[in-house]
Design a protein around this ligand. Structure first.
Ligand code: ITT
Length: 212
């Protein structure tokens, strides 16, 4: 059984559509979110921590909203910004910008404690390099000093723009993110999945995982 590691039930709802019935369940585990400019290292480290906690295959989902006119902010800080400013304020700030284009990004990190011999690019190399530079324990390195557990990353991206809140579906920033004339909160789960950052990443993961 695969554990989808998140404190956000909305993510589990979306993920379940991509995996065979009964093959995945949510694991409400709050892994440490390291400060990083990109989602990959956060998801990789989270996957190692969650795997050690669950002792079962895990998929960690780290996502964020990147606003062009704010040089990608809030990006990896999206959760903090949603909790502190709220999405209405993010919309108000974006309304003053010339460029309201934005993108959602999602990075999934898979870890099952094994290597990925069948996979072309099995390990998040950037994270390993960063871990090596930072020294022992920096990225969940094993107690015996061996390399960090292999993690496979899957990424998804969707372009859109920031608008005044519309719709009552979805979660998080969905009401202020418009793609193709509709906000994500105006779409049902299947429609959002068909175009979303998470849907794209899950599609890649599901294809790879089917052979695993
Ligand atoms: P976990 O870390 O426990 O998975 P979280 O909701 O904090 O839960 P993230 O750190 O990945 O997850 O999310 C960063 C922020 O982006 C957070 O405020 C989410 O509500 C928001 N977010 C993520 N995916 C989203 C989506 O598909 N639609 C709207 N907002 C999303």
């Amino acid at each position: 059984m695969l554990r989808y590691v998140t404190t956000n039930p909305g993510k589990v709802r979306e993920a379940e559509r991509y995996l065979p019935d009964g093959s995945v369940e949510g694991l409400d585990f709050d892994y440490a979110e390291v400060q990083a400019d990109e989602l990959g290292p956060i998801a990789a480290r989270g996957a190692r921590e969650a795997y050690r906690h669950a002792d079962a295959p895990v998929l960690v989902d780290d996502a964020g909203l990147f606003v062009e006119g704010l040089d990608g902010f809030p990006g990896p800080y999206s959760s903090y910004v949603e909790d502190t400013l709220g999405i209405e304020r993010v919309h108000e700030i974006a309304a003053d910008l010339d460029d309201r284009r934005a993108a959602f990004r999602c990075t999934l990190g898979y870890c099952d404690g094994e290597g990925f011999a069948a996979s072309p690019d099995p390990v998040d190399r950037g994270d390993r390099d960063a871990a090596a530079a930072a020294g022992p324990d920096a990225a969940g390195e094993a107690a015996d000093g061996s390399d960090p557990l292999p993690v496979k990353l899957f990424e998804g991206y969707v372009p859109g723009r920031i608008v005044a809140p519309r719709g009552d579906g979805g979660f998080g920033y969905d009401p202020i993110f418009e793609h193709d004339g509709e906000t994500f909160a105006e779409m049902d789960t299947d429609r959002k999945n068909a175009v979303s950052h998470r849907g794209r990443a899950l599609e890649k993961f599901a294809e790879w995982y089917a052979d695993r």
